[in-house]
Ligand binder design. Structure first.
Ligand code: ADP
Ligand code: MG
Length: 339
């Protein structure tokens, strides 16, 4: 008899959870991305004790069909891709089918969802990967996920959680970025009942910038809009007097996905050229759209890294567009005219 065995599903899910669910903010991320993929126009997030006690995400998206709810918690179960051809043209934020089983492996989950307008829905409860309840209930169309006691059964992971303030910081950072990426979706965030973010979802990016960075900052942003062959650029950059000490002030969204990109950041720095003081970075909120085959998002599970198939072309377009439109502005107070 050999000694090698395929591990039980629950154990496999717990191991996968180690990658997908690093901290409360990862749960918020996965649930909010699912809500966006479901076409929600309003997403309400409410957390308690930095998300360690409770995370609730409520959306008015498509909902999950009653007979699909249990399947959604199985490993690699997804409605978003079917063949490997889909993998090369991903239009949704999720596609791995790993989030729900991973979250359910390390917390207590309740979901109430309805895909109909009849008021009929489904309530499903799963704790530590163990199915507890699957019943018909009254529900509006949309989905409410409630996650309690994250990491209650993985004490080693729980021990590594930072202070409530730090965990909350990760959650709000993420939600701010999503609000910036999706000005047409109304977001709210509450912590222990206190409101931390509210956007209306009317599509006005500058209003979202004002809600997050303040009205004064929003007034010093320059609108950028450009289109070239494969790429479309739309967003705002700060005037040079509005610099920050950190590269994180530059938020890039590629096809609605927040990404970190060294080459894109460098393109912006070149566009500002000598207008930036040394070691200062501009505030930037920029959406880049392109055909999904031009960007590979399947690089890392946290999906923050992407690969562009024609990077040099994209980088040149971004630098040129920002350079031209920034310098087209009355940026620097003109020197007093000679007497
Ligand atoms: P993925 O997002 O990679 O498909 P998940 O484990 O996050 O995998 O979700 C599994 C499936 O559950 C999704 O493909 C989707 O069909 C369904 N689902 C999850 N959350 C929602 C939601 N808020 N609204 C509608 N459907 C959802
Ligand atoms: Mg998902």
């Amino acid at each position: 008899m050999g000694i090698i065995q395929v591990m039980e599903e629950q154990l496999a899910n717990q191991i996968a959870a180690g990658e997908v669910v690093e901290r409360p903010a990862s749960v918020v991320k996965e649930l909010v991305e699912n809500a966006i993929d479901a076409g929600a126009k309003h997403i309400d997030v409410s957390v308690e004790e930095g998300g360690l006690q409770l995370i609730q995400v409520k959306d008015n998206g498509s909902g999950i069909q009653a007979e699909d709810v249990e399947t959604a918690f199985e490993r690699h179960a997804t409605s978003k891709i079917r063949t490997n051809r889909d993998l090369f043209a991903i239009r949704s934020l999720g596609f791995r089918g790993e989030a729900l089983p991973s979250i359910a492996a390390v917390s207590k989950v309740e979901v109430i969802t309805s895909s109909e307008t009849t008021g009929l829905g489904r309530r499903f409860v799963i704790e530590g990967g163990q199915r507890m309840v699957n019943e018909d209930v009254q529900s509006m169309q949309g989905t409410v996920f409630t996650i309690r006691e994250l990491f209650y059964n993985t004490p080693a992971r729980l021990k590594y959680m930072k202070s409530i303030q730090t965990e909350l910081g990760h959650i709000s950072d993420y939600l701010y970025r999503m609000a910036l990426a999706y000005p047409s979706i109304g977001f709210t965030l509450k912590h222990n009942g206190n409101s931390l973010l509210q956007t209306v979802g009317n599509g006005d990016l500058l209003q979202v910038i004002a809600a997050i960075y303040g009205v004064h900052t929003a007034k010093q942003m320059v609108r950028i809009e450009a289109e070239h062959l494969d790429y479309r650029l739309e967003g705002y950059v700060g005037k040079p007097e509005l610099t920050r000490s950190n590269r994180n002030a530059m938020s890039w969204f590629v096809n609605g996905r927040y990404v970190r990109s060294f080459p894109l950041n460098q393109a912006v720095l070149r566009a500002y050229h000598t207008l930036l003081p040394i070691n200062r970075y501009p505030l930037l909120v920029m959406q880049v759209s392109m055909h999904p085959t031009l960007v590979d998002v399947n690089v890392h599970p946290s999906k923050m890294e992407v690969r562009f198939s024609k990077e040099a072309e994209l980088v040149q377009f971004v630098e040129q567009a920002i350079h031209d439109q920034l310098l087209g502005q009355p940026l620097i107070p003109l020197a007093a005219p000679p007497k």
